[in-house]
Design a protein around this ligand. Sequence first.
Ligand SMILES: [Zn+2]
Length: 153
Amino acid sequence: MGLFSRRREPGWQPPSPPHCTCARHLDEELRRTVVPVGGGIDGTDGVGPASIDDLLSPGGLSVQVNRPDDRRLDGSTATFHWDLGVYDDARMHYDDGAELELDAALSAQPGVEEVAWMDREVFYVSAPTLCADGVLAAAALALLDDRVRLPEG
Ligand SMILES: [Zn+2]
């Protein structure tokens, strides 16, 4: 976990279009794009390629504003702007030990300043100028980077 260099400003409110700086939102093309299954994921029933739209569910990708009243592991509050959940349905689309870890892929998206991988399924994201839709689009684009998956085999 890195140093929390960019703490959230007091009073920050999540921006909405057109006041955000998102390079991309969840447009129809992005929603229709299919994400492969990670090469290191065992093939079991129900595991297969899924569209981003399929993954935008409570069991897949979800985002909410990082709540100031949450107790944090280090005792601080609301260091980040967003909590990004990458739950079971999305888990099978990236591999541990791949060329690019998912948090690094997220960090590389425009507008994302810092990412802390808090536990298996939750990422804290510092992205003051992105709206919720744009954070999900950034997560989708991170999952669509083939380097987050091991080669099949
Ligand atoms: Zn936006």
